[in-house]
Design a binder for this molecule. Structure first.
Ligand code: CA
Length: 226
């Protein structure tokens, strides 16, 4: 597996930190968190992260002091986060050595975009994140494939959902019957085959040749895609 770029978030507001970390991790980064400013410089020296997200007002040592201290020994990209937009002008004037600034409240997507842009600029391999090819909406009893809504019958939906929940696992027809149609008596072994056939046709209308529901000879079916 390729190495995940490490991002250190120094933020004393835990609810904000939690959201930042969740979005960064979701985007493929190894995100670490420190709550106090006075732990940050030493941490950076020991772990050499790929990028820092520094809140300005922090207990112990503020973001500008951290940034200055880190610049003594590192060129790691720094995003400074402030609660007031006026602060940004002041910080730019002081030339604290941050590479980018974000004003709270910012969208976590914006943070991820800035992190990715800065890392690309500094030559760090940025993880590519693919949206899942199949997304089930249990409430609406629908499945989206590559963003397109599949027009499924209730039986097809239940069958696909069972398969999707266990990618790579081989199911016999009896197991599929049991899991997808346990409360309906009128579905038989061969019905599974015809539902699978219909599912394949509907998925192929979106994905083309790529096989997602594989036949496993003498056993049953397996759901898997690249
Ligand atoms: Ca703060």
């Amino acid at each position: 597996m390729e190495r995940q770029p490490q991002v250190l978030v120094v933020e004393d507001e835990l609810d904000i930190a939690e959201i930042e970390l969740a979005y960064l991790r979701n985007a493929g980064f190894a995100a670490r968190h420190l709550e106090r400013g006075d732990e940050a410089v030493d941490w950076v020296r020991r772990h050499a992260p790929d990028l820092l997200v520094l809140d300005l007002m922090l207990p112990g040592l503020d973001g500008t002091e951290i940034c200055r201290a880190v610049r003594e020994f590192s060129t790691v990209p720094v995003i400074m986060v402030t609660a007031r937009v006026e602060e940004i002008d002041r910080l730019l004037g002081f030339d604290v050595g941050a590479d980018d600034y974000l004003c709270k409240p910012f969208s976590p997507k914006e943070l991820v975009a800035r992190v990715q842009a800065l890392l690309r600029r500094s030559g760090v391999l940025v993880p590519s994140v693919r949206a899942p090819l199949f997304v089930a909406d249990a409430e609406a009893q629908r499945v989206r494939c590559a963003g397109q809504l599949l027009d499924l019958t209730p039986q097809e939906y239940r069958l696909l959902q069972v398969l999707m929940q266990h990618p790579g696992r081989v199911f016999s027809r009896a197991q599929l019957l049991d899991r997808a149609y346990s409360d309906t008596a009128e579905v038989f072994d061969r019905a599974i085959d015809s539902h699978i056939k219909n599912l394949r046709r509907k998925i192929a209308a979106v994905l083309g040749e790529q096989t997602t529901i594989h036949s496993v000879y003498g056993v049953g079916y397996r759901f898997e895609h690249d």
